[in-house]
Design a protein around this ligand. Structure first.
Ligand SMILES: [Zn+2]
Length: 461
């Protein structure tokens, strides 16, 4: 991988298409090779499970996972004798919560010592804050994860990984920041177009649309903010979107209802949200009724209050997950750093899979007012701001909020006043610095950060 990454930027565009397609053949084998069809059948069959079937299925799988975890050197060191007894008895709630730091510091300490995969794979979380975490997989686990996405994400949206798709992700696509295009590369092995999130601007949007047309793209997946931005350019410039696009499935980044509305208008199809992460410690996807169902065969998901007790439906809390699908590096009661709440109503689609009403945001995305009040998902202040294309909130201190905005030419003093008013209304007496910029830099993985807090750096928390 490292060799490919160092050679790739030096290749001409044509050779980059070939390199990606050749690598794509290997990836297709990894994802769709032996076992995939059987895994897919399993995921499809379990969708018709009743709640009692799910309970039985989960408790059996959990017993295996917890017994296996005893052989993991981290848990065997950290868990007390009575916690180990609880693990052997399958009593998950008696086990301690797992922070990210131990996993980040020593990912190999979390591997099952009784499993010896021939070809383990390592993927890194993008780590917008701090160092990335290495997650280590067996090939069979990767195939399962692909089968899961086919069954519960693509098919629920009426599409398939066998159809041509476009992807915005953190993969390096166009190494030159000053490139005049093309801003995508082809993976012929999977009829997939990789778009660069870094080059998307008002002047380049039309080239992205042309690529959708040229390669007969049927559905789009990847970063929510990139599709939202493209949608705004489409509407603003009256660009014609090819009619064959059937669905947009967003991953990473929070999808707000405003983003969804604009995207559905621009792309002329439904937008579906997928809530998961690189380590696959949880998976939730949207059904035809627009409800976000957790897959109980991927993880045991808990939503907890600060005192560790479970939240009631409709009550926001912290998401904690225990992996059932990835068992080589089992994560037991892992704190994901997300806030979410269970739905109070069952879904009319009939699937007996728990429904998350809302993923509220990252715990890191909290902004704090001088009187201590906390706001999550703060980027809501940009709703109905027609002259702001993108906005980012930076908490410089308890008293100062900087707002970076990429604006249209109509942006003026009234807009600045409006943003200032909205923030002061939510946070109280703070100084608001509205700063128009030409662009807002993405993280190394190409992700958009809605909120940045510098309080930790100053010891302000
Ligand atoms: Zn449903």
């Amino acid at each position: 991988m490292r060799v490919i990454n160092s050679i790739y930027p030096k290749l001409p565009v044509f050779a980059q298409h070939v390199a990606i397609s050749s690598f794509g053949i290997y990836w297709r084998w990894l994802r769709f090779g032996p076992g995939h069809a059987q895994f897919l059948r399993g995921f499809l069959e379990r969708e018709s499970f009743q709640s009692s079937d799910w309970e039985n299925w989960q408790s059996h799988r959990l017993e295996d996972v917890l017994k296996g975890a005893i052989s993991v050197s981290y848990y065997s060191k950290i868990w007390t004798k009575s916690q180990k007894d609880s693990a052997l008895a399958g009593k998950l709630l008696e086990l301690p919560l797992l922070e990210k730091e131990p996993l980040r510091a020593a990912p190999h300490d979390f591997l099952r010592t009784d499993m010896h995969p021939i070809h383990p794979l390592t993927f890194y979380t993008s780590g917008s804050t701090g160092t990335p975490i290495a997650t280590i997989w067996r090939v069979a686990e990767l195939r399962k994860s692909q089968a899961l996405r086919e069954a519960r994400s693509a098919r629920w949206a009426g599409v398939s990984f066998h159809h041509a798709r476009g992807t915005f992700s953190g993969r390096m696509v166009e190494p030159n920041p000053e490139s005049k295009g093309p801003f995508y590369r082809l993976n012929l092995a999977e009829k997939q177009v990789y778009f660069s999130p870094f080059h998307l601007r008002p002047g380049t949007a039309k080239y992205y649309i042309r690529a959708l047309e040229k390669h007969h793209i049927r559905w789009l997946t990847g970063y929510a903010v990139s599709y939202y931005l493209l949608a705004k350019f489409i509407l603003g410039q009256g660009l014609a979107v090819p009619s064959g696009i059937q669905a947009v499935i967003t991953t990473s980044e929070k999808l707000t209802s405003e983003m969804r509305t604009i995207m559905e208008q621009a792309f002329g199809c439904r937008v579906f949200e997928e809530y998961s992460n690189v380590e696959n410690s949880l998976f939730a996807s949207e059904c035809e009724h627009g409800r976000l169902h957790v897959s109980p065969d991927v993880a045991v998901v808990e939503i907890l209050r600060p005192d560790g007790s479970p939240c009631l439906p409709g009550e926001a809390g912290e998401v904690v997950a225990t992996t059932l699908m990835r068992t080589y590096q089992p994560l037991i009661r892992f704190r994901l750093g997300d806030m979410a709440m269970w739905d109070t109503e069952p879904c009319p689609c009939g699937r007996q899979m728990p429904v998350i009403k809302e993923v509220i945001g990252r715990i890191e995305d909290v902004v704090i007012g001088p009187d201590g009040r906390q706001m999550v998902r703060f980027h809501g202040i940009f709703t109905n701001q027609p002259h702001i294309r993108e906005g980012q909130i930076i908490q410089e201190s308890m008293k100062t909020i900087r707002v970076k905005v990429v604006t249209t030419t109509e942006f003026g003093a009234e807009d600045i006043q409006d943003v200032t008013y909205r923030i002061q209304q939510r946070l109280g007496d703070v100084t608001v610095l509205v700063e128009p910029v030409s662009e807002i830099p993405r993280t190394k993985a190409g992700k958009f950060q809605a909120v940045i807090s510098n309080l930790n750096n100053q010891g302000g928390l």
